[in-house]
Design a protein around this ligand. Structure first.
Ligand code: CMC
Length: 428
């Protein structure tokens, strides 16, 4: 694209700067459009709008490419480790061995939560959805960690970031333990990030629990795959909340609330429920017909993506991971995996899905793996939130560091009543 784009508004010629990224589509800068023309742009759902400049994550939806700071997700997930990706997302480069040791120590040293926070949990109903507990407890961190609330102090921002990455597994595991009526298990700093989380979820005081290394590896991979995904709904929520100067814990709580929705992070829970409802391979054709029926409001959960118009690279890794997990658990056959595989095959050869470029997304296989590991469906989105925390906090940090940052304040196309006179109730 040329260096500028031309727009004619009401006979007035406007020249708009065209910004170029390292890779990806050019971006027309409309920042001065309103001042120059008196008109806004209209883009519900932000399908054509870049909301910020970012150096963190890149997605090529047509090619099915996902890069964290330039590194392909396949390499990070298969050869690296989640905490390495956390460092990369937060600081922009992979750590040296020495930097990694210090970072791991920092994260490990912050895994415990303030003891008084445990009382928070007792206030919730046992049957509360763990995501509702997460929203509340993470928001409540701002009531406990007053020494890392000053967003203008870079050191406090860093401590808040480390605290959230370190404590999120503890908070999530406590939500699970409370949900199932078991005592909380304290973090074990001699275990890896993923193994410690599995231990906090599945250990009980009455016997020893050894984390299977293959399950810890699969958990770590799931965390890496979910760590960031550029300006999705929850990340944009975190940035928007943060743009007002709100503290980091409040911003991440806002992100968790947004992630909960079934069109976003809640889709893995919905995808698994759907597979359970279908139940067997012979019911697939009838289900596909329902999905294609415009009046049914049924969607194939775990399929389709706003950005990926190709196979989601994360889904490919998870499909392979599913085998490893089942092997480790000694599961020979899983009827849900059979339904998922057959459903994928049918959908990928059906004209409806081909035409609309609907492919499996990350949520299609993650639920099957998490269920096999022993997590109830209500915990799936919690695990997504845990992993995405580093992405949210990296994006939040980038926003605060950006000198061009200002409060996010979209405008609107008003289509309500024009000015009219108030009528007292007796005369209405
Ligand atoms: N099943 C059936 N039809 C679908 C689906 C689906 N999963 N997704 C999109 N379509 C159809 C939709 O009906 C529409 O058809 P038509 O053009 O005939 O009206 C067309 O495809 C375009 O859909 P859209 O809703 O305009 O697309 P979008 O980009 O706004 O939606 C989405 C993206 C993820 C919300 C959607 O694909 C969806 O609801 N998928 C199921 C939920 C899901 O798996 N979400 C997880 C997303 S990945 C995890 C994450 O990043 O949070």
């Amino acid at each position: 694209m040329a260096e500028t784009a031309r727009l004619n508004v009401d006979g007035k010629d406007l020249e708009l700067p065209v910004l170029k990224g390292t890779i990806g589509p050019d971006v027309i800068d409309i920042g001065k459009l309103y001042a120059q023309s008196g008109a806004f742009t209209f883009d519900p759902g932000f399908t054509s709008t870049a909301s910020c400049k970012s150096t963190i994550t890149y997605i090529d939806g047509d090619e099915g490419v996902l890069l964290y700071r330039g590194y392909p997700i396949e390499q990070l997930a298969m050869e690296g480790d989640f905490l390495e990706s956390c460092y990369l997302l937060l600081y922009g480069e992979l750590p040296t061995a020495a930097q990694f040791e210090v970072f791991k120590r920092n994260i490990t040293r912050h895994t415990m939560v303030h003891e008084q926070m445990t009382r928070f949990y007792q206030g919730f109903r046992r049957d509360a959805h763990p995501m509702s507990v997460m929203v509340a407890v993470v928001g409540a961190m701002s009531a406990f960690y007053h020494d890392s609330l000053d967003i203008n102090d870079p050191r406090q921002r860093e401590i808040a970031a480390h605290r959230m990455i370190a404590k999120m597994p503890t908070i999530a595991a406590m939500a699970y333990k409370y949900h199932v009526g078991q005592p909380f298990v304290y973090p074990r700093n001699d275990l890896s990030y993923a193994a410690n989380f599995l231990h906090m979820c599945f250990a009980v005081p009455c016997e020893e629990y050894k984390v299977h290394p293959a399950l810890a590896r699969a958990m770590d991979r799931i965390f890496t795959l979910h760590a960031d995904h550029e300006q999705n709904a929850s990340t944009s929520t975190v940035r928007l909340a943060g743009s007002s100067g709100a503290n980091p814990f409040a911003c991440i709580a806002a992100g968790i609330a947004c992630l909960w929705g079934p069109a976003h992070g809640g889709a893995n829970e919905a995808a698994l429920k759907m597979l359970e409802e279908i139940g067997s391979v012979d019911k697939i054709p009838a289900f596909i017909e329902k999905v294609k029926d415009k009046n049914s409001n049924v969607r194939l959960m775990g399929f389709g993506h706003r950005v990926y118009k190709n196979y989601d690279p994360r889904a490919k890794i998870l499909q392979a991971s599913a085998h490893e997990v089942f092997e480790a658990l000694g599961v020979k056959d899983d009827p849900l995996l059979d339904v998922a595989r057959a459903l994928e095959k049918v959908a990928l050869s059906d004209e409806y899905f081909i035409q609309r470029k609907l492919y499996p997304n990350v949520d299609f296989y993650s639920g099957i793996i998490l269920r096999a590991m022993g997590f109830p469906t209500s915990m799936f989105t919690v695990l997504f939130a845990l992993a995405r925390t580093v992405g949210w906090i990296s994006q939040w940090k980038e926003m605060i560091d950006d000198p061009a940052q200002k409060i996010g304040r979209p405008r609107q196309l008003y289509v309500g009543p024009a000015k009219r006179e108030y009528v007292p109730v007796a005369k209405r």
